[in-house]
Design a protein around this ligand. Sequence first.
Ligand SMILES: [Zn+2]
Length: 413
Amino acid sequence: MNKRHAAITSLLLLLAAAAPRSQPAGTRVFTNLRLVDGTDAAPVGGASIVVQNGRIVAAGPASRVTVPTGAERIDLGGRTVIPGLINAHGHVNDAARDLKTYAAYGVTTVFSLGGEAPPVFAARASQNVATLDRSRVFVSGPVLTPDSPEQARTMVADVAAQNVDFVKIRVDDNLGTTSKMPPEVYRAVIDEAHKRGLRVAVHLFYLADAKTLLDAGADLIAHSVRDLDADPALMAAFKAKGVCLCPTLMREVSTFVYEATPPFFADPLFLAHSDKAQIATLQEPARQEAMRKSPSAQRYKAALEVASRNVKRLSDAGVPIAMGTDTGPAGRFQGYFELMELELMVKAGLTPKQTLAAATRDAARCMKVDKDLGTLETGKWADFVVLDADPLVNISNTKRINAVYIAGNRVPR
Ligand SMILES: [Zn+2]
C-alpha cells in the first residue's frame, strides 16, 4: 500500500468512527405485532421483527429484540403476522402479472408445476434479492409425456439441462378418455430424475396408481387420490417413503362451480385482483348450462368428497400435507383460490393450525425450501402477511389481509 492510499484509508476509518453507529440502508423493524411464526411456538403478543437485507435477523417479544440504531420503524398496530403462504402446486403463465397477483393474496411463494415460459425462469433467477416485492417462483419446465423408457430418460436429461426445480409427469386417463403413462415409462422418469438429483411431482387420480407411483419413488403426490378412500396400504406407502400430499381441492371445485355464478364472484377481495375478462366469460349462461350438463363436472364434484376425506385420513396417519391448488389455468384464480383451499382443508377436518402449517412450514419442508422460507425465524427471508384477525381462531381470517411483505418490502396491492 503506498502513502497516498494509507492516508485515504486512515481518513475513511476516522470518518467511520465519527459517524453515529448506523445500519445498512434497508434495515426495518416491524413493531407492535402478534407473532405467529409458523413453528409450534405459541403466538407472541407485543412482538417485533427486525429485517436486514431482506432477511429476518431477530423476531420475538420486543423486550428480547435489539432494535438497530437508524432502522426504519413500522408499527403494525397489534395485528397478527403469519409467514407468507407457500403454494406447492400452481402454474405461472405470465410471470409479471401472476407473481403480483399471488403476492396480493399473501401467497408469497409458488411452485409452478409445469408449462412455464422463459420469463418465469428469468423471474426465478432474479428473486434472491433484498428488493423483491412479488412472489417467489420455482419451476418444472414442460410436463413430460414420454412414450417409452428411452424417451423418458432423454426428456429428463433435457429438463435437467434447463435447471428445473421439479420434474412433472401426469399419470391419469382423464376419467377414461385418454391413455395413461405406463409404469415402465414413469419408473424410467423417476429413476433418471433421481440420478440427476431431481425430484418428481406426479399428477394422479387413482388409488392404485398412487401406490405404484410411491413404490417407484415418486417424490410429491401433486393431487388427492380421488376414486377411492385411502386404505392402510396407501398410508404405509406414503410414510415409508416420507412423501408429502398436495391436495389441490380447489382444482376439483373449478371443474363444476361455474355451473352457476359462484358466491365468491361478489367478494370484493376476489374482484380486487382477479381477471375481469375471465369473470365475465364464466358468467355466460350457455357456458354455465354446459357445465351443469357435463358428466365429467358431476364426476369431479363427487371426486371432491373423496379427496376431502383422504386429506383428513392421510393427515391423521401422519402424512405431511403441502397446501396446493393447481391455480393458473382458466377458471382457477391465483391467490384467492389458495385462501379458499385453506377453508376447504378445515372443512375436510384439519384444524386451522394444521392447515396454516401445511401452507407454510410443512410446504417449505416438503418442497425443500425450509432453509429460507416457511417460518418467521432468524436467517429466513422476511416474507409475511399482516392480518386484521387471528387465522388460528378462524381460517377465513387469512382473507382479512392488511398488508403483505416480501423480503421485508410491502407488496403493492
Ligand atoms: Zn397442475
